[in-house]
Design a protein around this ligand. Structure first.
Ligand SMILES: Cc1cc2nc3c(=O)[nH]c(=O)nc-3n(C[C@H](O)[C@H](O)[C@H](O)COP(=O)(O)OP(=O)(O)OC[C@H]3O[C@@H](n4cnc5c(N)ncnc54)[C@H](O)[C@@H]3O)c2cc1C
Length: 392
């Protein structure tokens, strides 16, 4: 835990700290700076204060013995009674990391009606499944899951804990990390083990212009989230593998702060992350009207349409169609990229595609560096020709 301290005797009310705060967490009251709950303890106000009136006090947590922490854990996430693919992808990755570390991969599943899912979880590589079945998870409230996760981490001491970078995972993983006073790397694209057995957590940084590898040497668990589709999921064929089921204890939930008034369940739309054929379009298609031609082509192939970010920005497509670093990560068997330059942020979302056909008027376009088949030309003209051939 941390606290931002403002020494009101020293504060001269100059307001420089307020200007330096990117989170609007500071204001003036009675000509003295005051801080509110939006503070993220980034420390920029400390540097801006000309009279050294601000500092951060952090609780120093001493980790006694890191050797008490073991195994790689994966939180299994469900939606509408089905395990999400990202959980299987994390189990597969967990298995690979566990082979290097010579430890177990453990799955944690909290929910209702979960027993029928154990077989699948084992099939994707879990050595142990820790579970708790109860109606308290029906409302899917963060605070209930956090209590259980906190308990599990304190009792079983996981060394590494992996979460899907889903809406749910993105919400609970940071809260858990803060509770446990440990580090969390969000949206990792590569996970590996270094020479000291630490988890190397690699993710794009600075707008995708470089890859940062982050380690968490002094705190446990080492926590990471990974987006769906970034890693592959494989079943394990190993009949002799040890499999164990561990029913964890029920926790007395005290002082529940959240009351669920209504849950609005969005209609499940087909995600482009699961599509086998994708026709992706970029600014090179020229006009919104041309999307109709692309749709006709996609329908003929039984493909989904994906787009580059500018098309979402200008309102030609919804965000759910965006591919890339800040959109979906895709892994289709076939990707046909039309009028897409291949910016690094876009390429971050397509590395899982098995075969890429790119059409671009610019022979130097970066998309060609990752394409298996390169076509230099006007994508709309080419598309019209192909549609004609397919429909005669
Ligand atoms: C922090 C950050 C995150 C980002 N996240 C994403 C992301 O998730 N996804 C994403 O896509 N982008 C993302 N971007 C934007 C990214 O940097 C690029 O700007 C974007 O991908 C470019 O889209 P584009 O290729 O459609 O357009 P452009 O770069 O404008 O390229 C258009 C291409 O079409 C070609 N062309 C033109 N006319 C034709 C024609 N008639 N036929 C064929 N080809 C033609 C051109 O030669 C050109 O190569 C992000 C940027 C930042 C800073």
């Amino acid at each position: 835990m941390a606290e931002l301290i403002i020494d009101t005797k020293k504060c001269i009310g100059c307001g420089l700290c307020i200007k330096s705060c990117a989170y609007n967490a500071l204001s003036l009251a009675n000509k003295k700076a005051v801080v509110d709950d939006d503070c993220v303890f980034c420390g920029s106000c400390i540097k801006s204060c000309p009279v050294e009136a601000i500092w951060i006090e952090r609780e120093i947590v001493e980790i006694k013995d890191l050797t008490n922490y073991k195994d790689i854990w994966v939180l299994i996430e469900e939606d509408r009674d089905e395990i999400l693919p990202v959980s299987y992808e994390l189990l597969t990755k967990g298995r690979e990391l566990a082979a290097e570390k010579k430890c177990d991969v453990n799955a944690l599943i909290l929910g209702n009606n979960i027993q029928k899912k154990f077989e699948n979880i084992f099939e994707f590589g879990a050595n142990k499944i820790y579970y708790f079945e109860g109606s308290e998870f029906n409302e899917k409230l963060d605070e209930v899951f956090i209590e259980y996760l906190d308990y599990v981490c304190k009792v079983y001491n996981p060394e590494i804990f992996l979460f899907g970078a889903t809406g749910f995972g993105r919400s609970i993983a940071p809260k858990l990390a803060a509770r446990l006073n440990t580090g969390l790397t969000a949206d990792c694209t590569i996970l590996s083990i270094d020479d000291n057995g630490l988890l190397k957590q690699t993710r794009p940084a600075f707008g995708g212009n470089l890859m940062a590898t982050i380690i968490c040497p002094n705190h446990r668990p080492q926590m990471a989230t990974v987006r769906s589709g970034v890693m592959k999921a494989y079943k394990v064929i190993d009949k002799n593998r040890r499999k164990e089921l561990i029913n964890i204890e029920a926790i007395k939930l005290q002082n529940k702060k959240t009351e669920l008034i209504e849950r609005i369940i969005e209609e499940k739309t087909k995600s482009i992350s699961d599509a086998e054929i994708i026709v992706s379009v970029g600014k090179g298609i020229g006009s919104q009207k041309n999307i109709e031609i692309v749709q006709k082509f996609a329908d003929l192939l039984g493909a989904e349409i994906g787009v580059s970010r500018p098309l979402v920005d200008i309102g030609w497509a919804g965000y759910e169609k965006q591919i890339g670093q800040t959109g979906s990560v895709i892994a289709p068997k076939l990707l046909i990229a039309l009028g897409i330059s291949g910016a690094i942020q876009h390429l971050a979302g397509i590395s899982g595609a098995q075969t890429i056909i790119a059409i671009n008027t610019d022979p130097e376009a970066s998309i060609f560096s990752v394409a298996d088949y390169k076509v230099v030309g006007d994508c709309i003209e080419i598309l019209k020709g192909v549609i004609n051939k397919l429909t005669v």
